[in-house]
Write a protein that binds this ligand. Sequence first.
Ligand SMILES: Cc1cc2nc3c(=O)[nH]c(=O)nc-3n(C[C@H](O)[C@H](O)[C@H](O)COP(=O)(O)OP(=O)(O)OC[C@H]3O[C@@H](n4cnc5c(N)ncnc54)[C@H](O)[C@@H]3O)c2cc1C
Length: 419
Amino acid sequence: MPTIDDFVRPKEWVSDFVVEMGKVLRRWGQERYVPIRQKVDEDWREHELVEPLLKEVLVDLGINAAFFPAEAGGTDMPEPATFITVIAEELARIDSGFATATLCSVWGLLPILLPPHRNMELCMEFGPKFCGDELYVGCHAMTEPAGGADIENFGRMKGKTIQTTATLDGNEWVIQGHKIWPTNSGKVGDLYAVVCTTKKGSVDPNDFALILVPADTKGVSVGNPYQKAGMNADMNSDVWFDEVRVPKRYRFHGPGDDLKYWKRAITLGNIGSAAMCVGIMKSVYEIVKRFTSERIVGGKALKEHSIVADMLCEVAMLIESTSAWMWTYTREVERSQDYGREPWDERFVLKTRGLALFANNAVERACSRAMDFMGSYGYAREFDIEKHWRDQKVIGIWMGGKGLKTLENARYWYDLETL
Ligand SMILES: Cc1cc2nc3c(=O)[nH]c(=O)nc-3n(C[C@H](O)[C@H](O)[C@H](O)COP(=O)(O)OP(=O)(O)OC[C@H]3O[C@@H](n4cnc5c(N)ncnc54)[C@H](O)[C@@H]3O)c2cc1C
């Protein structure tokens, strides 16, 4: 009888290390997370349950450390896209909000962590914190109250809407601005990777700046967490930077290169988003398979009714097709040199927008169809379809929303000139 492990995952592309990490997370999730999953959903304001769980995966299971160089205390995992894909999928099968909180701890830092553009000075300074024994969490702060999509829509907007400014004053950057929504904001984040401009309104790529700001720096303050429809293991709130001073060396790379390497983080964010959708769909598959086998309607198991088999087939096809596409892009980005591109090439950003959009449409459809056939049970909390249905929606909304994902993908394939 097929299981979730029979959906596409090219074995020859995934190292033993990553396979093992996936297995460890699956076991951990089953033992540690699933029994309290419903309670975690109520923990959106305090994160009393979430923070210890985050410590278990980020510190004890070494997910933070995987991205840091060995010299800085990390384990220097060599395949970032593959690793992110497997981790995102495994954790999202349990809880996509928790997958988001976990992976966003390092997401904003990828431009300084990934070879060949590592910033060793910053890795050495922050590695011991991320790879130590205590929980230390990162947060990628891009979105602002006036808009998130325009900031990510760099190809057209060129950073001119970024309102958070970084001004050099001697040996320090002075940060002024207001970010909103970033994962791991509120009381969770210890270190912000902040998207800034060195000149408000500028369209010069050299003015795009990525700067690290420790959360305990004078002038940083946070708001209360937002109560969302789902993804409650991810805390989102406002962050204000009021005349915040950090050392000049906290700028990731400098003019031009900050933007260049940030694009790789966006590409990996798109792939990670797709992997979360696949993880959720695998959980939906398991739930709906069990339910339609056990539920008797009209004298036989629900799955033996042709109209239900149609839904079961569609869910399986959505998983298989999304997985196949996701793995192909994961590999393409991982082996970018074979495709004549650097991993931070903007064309990967645009292409993977299409994958993220497709994956979100797929998971939305899978949750909805599964719920249709589970009837009121699907709508009840204890069967978890309802949780995935609420949680998955935001995967389409974040990172510029479905609008930006559509536009950027069409821009890639059709050379749009005005959109
Ligand atoms: C759970 C969660 C986690 C998040 N995590 C992070 C994070 O880690 N870091 C972070 O910085 N932010 C994060 N965000 C914020 C999120 O990325 C933004 O909300 C998102 O980018 C959209 O920005 P916006 O809400 O300001 O919408 P807007 O930018 O106002 O966009 C509104 C709508 O317009 C569409 N649109 C965009 N451009 C165009 C166009 N040219 N033409 C037509 N339509 C267009 C968009 O797709 C969207 O549907 C998170 C949000 C949530 C809910």
